[in-house]
Design a protein around this ligand. Sequence first.
Ligand code: HMG
Ligand code: MG
Length: 301
Amino acid sequence: MKRPPLRFVEVGPRDGLQNEAACLPLAAKVEFVDRLSESGLPEIEAGAFVSPRAVPRMADSAAVFKAIARKPGVVYSALVPNERGLGEALEAAAGKIAVFTAASETFNRRNINAGIAESIARFKPVAAGAKAAGLPLRAYVSTAFFCPFEGRVAPKAVLEVVRRLRPLGVDELSIGDTIGRAGPDDVRRLLDVLLPELPVERLFLHFHDTYGMAVANALTAWQEYGVSGFDASAGGLGGCPYAPGASGNVATEDLAFAFKACGGSVPVEIEAVKAAALALRPALGHPLSSRLAALPQDKKL
Ligand code: HMG
Ligand code: MG
């Protein structure tokens, strides 16, 4: 199997910070994004234009987008649930729009107060607006392996959602293990069903790391299926407020280390990502879950 160069989407400033107990000062968020921008990462999901009642920690996303020092070549993307969110993301000059639905009805209702079909219908004008603005469109499919309310999710259910998203003109899909429960065999079962219908270069995998399986899952997808797109979060921050028990995304630095250790070419300076996460630590008020962040600096990484 061909092992293509890796593509990372850094989701720490959005997925990472949306679930934090502490209300971080704007300056700390901006410094986090700016440090990540200098680490070589090609794309950073910098915020979400969602209801501040639903996710209070993303309420200052417009201010974050305004204050960051945009590095040429880096895409700053935004999570958007509806047309109102799109309007705010366009005003903030987001470089990519990401909509989000799920493969399980219960989770989707809890998360965005809509069933799967209804949410996709809601995305139609969002997709059209993103396209009209010349922006690429990402679509997340959450609970693609397990739902915190319904249990195991069948790969066919995920395929069905992917098929329904296709007419929107989605440029890339991010398939999420929202509660971090999947293992490599689950990844194989899903990719066996998805990849015959989906060009592999349009696929990103989004692993939360609750059970410590995210690195194994990502390596399986890359080594056995040639998947090269992965979401990750500096420091291993993150979790969805509507997915009880879910912990953070796989840490960007841990994932980069794992790929490098297996001969992969990664688009990121590991120590710089670590430094970005460590600089945020005092504001977070808790230790980072990342393995590498706990180790002394190593210039050879
Ligand atoms: P709703 O209650 O059905 O919608 O919520 P609504 O239209 O009735 O609006 C409710 C309130 O939100 C109103 O304000 C609206 O003005 C406001 P109120 O009158 O109550 O004061 N509102 C907005 N405010 C700001 N920006 C907007 C917006 N839209 C409405 N865009 C809605 C539906 C989708 C809005 C809500 O449920 C919501 O915002 N949910 C967001 C949930 C969320 O962000 N979850 C975390 C991200 S998803 C995730 O983490 C998973 C992922 O990482 C992948 C994975 O891990 O699997 C992506
Ligand atoms: Mg997530």
